[in-house]
Design a protein around this ligand. Structure first.
Ligand code: FMN
Length: 370
């Protein structure tokens, strides 16, 4: 079994010093236009010393793909200098810096897009209260968005990041093209499961073409997926296994499976005998490293996750316990914070600036924010 302290060299040649990654978590601390703030750099640096890599919170690749206020942006060359400060800040603390890139698709609203209607594969609103109906993208727009992911990759390379993670999870645009709920298209971008994988296939071709042209040193490309949707129609686990097959055959450096809990069992019938990660490991069969995530809080969780995966991503624990990875690596397990996250938030609230504290208050349903 893999020890979390073992280094790993990815296909691209990028090496991480251990198997711990900080999971992508937006801080909502960027400027109104998505430019990196000093607070944001300090936040990531504070958490970078023990982990092998930090995956940043999502950064939008196009203005029309912005998901929320305070989100990072990599949609314009003007963002490069401050992204460079973020990457070098993380790297100076000893971790690899991976920029997560995203287009929100229908998971945004006009208020965030300066009045513009959100876009998606089809004009179907998400199954959530007050979801706005998006406009279906034209073929030209789809191609431009794929190119925007390529341009964002180039900017990440120019800013000195060690890699990017394609955010194909958590119901955002990449997932929307794979989902039979949000993608009802009848052109080259929609149809049966194979045809709904056309978008991710074209995306990978563009992104890898960009890496080949611009990267002068090893640069990794990871891909995050969500294995299932609750909507009907929606992504079922057997379809995800087909997508995983496509991804495993590509040049990707890792596959990141977004889960609430690392030992989560699928909702799809016929796939409930073992955990989702166990099925994923079986499907991947060593073709690329897998990253597990979800409620990893202590050494036991890390060990359990690594039974099925090659790397472990950790989110909330690092949010509240910035020295967590170092505590684990140096054997100071007794100093790891164990209280429920809502309790930790209530205690630490004053240490977060207002955008992050307000965001976390919504999440942990704590006391009013002002
Ligand atoms: C505050 C916060 C922000 C998040 N932002 C992102 C994000 O930008 N991109 C993403 O893929 N996941 C995001 N997530 C999900 C986490 O990456 C992770 O998958 C999830 O929190 C489960 O892991 P954990 O239990 O270790 O926190 C976010 C989670 C939290 C708590």
């Amino acid at each position: 079994m893999t020890e979390f302290t073992e280094p790993l060299t990815f296909k691209s040649g990028v090496t991480v010093k251990n198997r711990l990654m900080m999971s992508p978590m937006t801080t909502r601390q960027s400027f109104f236009d998505g430019e990196v703030t000093e607070d944001e750099i300090a936040y990531y640096k504070r958490r970078a010393h023990g982990v092998g890599a930090i995956i940043t919170g999502a950064a939008n690749v196009q203005a029309g793909g912005k998901g929320w206020p305070g989100e990072l942006s990599v949609a314009d060359d003007a963002m490069i200098p401050r992204l460079q400060a973020l990457a070098s800040g993380i790297q100076a603390a000893g971790a690899k810096a991976i920029l997560q890139i995203v287009h929100a698709g229908r998971m945004t609203e006009r208020a965030t897009l300066a009045g513009q209607q959100p876009v998606s594969a089809s004009a179907i609103p998400a199954a959530r209260p007050q979801a706005e109906t998006p406009r279906a993208m034209t073929d030209t727009e789809v191609q431009a968005t794929i190119q925007a992911f390529g341009d964002a990759t180039r900017r990440a390379i120019q800013a000195g990041f060690d890699g990017i993670e394609l955010h194909g999870a958590n119901t955002y645009l990449i997932q929307q093209f794979f989902s039979p709920h949000s993608n009802r298209r009848t052109d080259q971008w929609g149809g049966d499961v194979q045809q709904r994988m056309h978008f991710s296939q074209a995306l990978l071709a563009t992104v890898f073409g960009t890496v080949k042209t611009y990267a002068k040193r090893p640069f990794l490309v990871g891909y995050r997926i969500s294995p299932e949707e609750f909507e009907t129609p929606g992504i079922r686990f057997d379809e995800t296994l087909k997508l995983i097959d496509q991804l495993a055959e590509s040049d990707l450096d890792y596959l990141h499976v977004s889960l609430k809990r690392y030992d989560q069992v699928a909702r799809t019938k016929n796939y409930q005998e073992k955990s989702i990660l166990a099925y994923v490991a079986e499907q991947v069969a060593g073709r690329l490293p897998v990253v597990g995530v979800g409620q990893v809080r202590n050494r036991q969780d890390v060990v359990e996750t690594l039974r099925q995966t090659d790397l472990v991503a950790v989110g909330e624990q690092l949010l509240f316990d910035p020295d967590w990875a170092t505590k684990l690596v140096t054997g100071h397990d007794d100093e790891i914070l164990t209280a429920p996250f809502a309790t930790l938030f209530a205690k630490q609230r004053a240490s977060f600036n207002l955008p992050l504290a307000t965001f976390l208050a919504e999440r942990y349903q704590s006391t009013p924010t002002v």
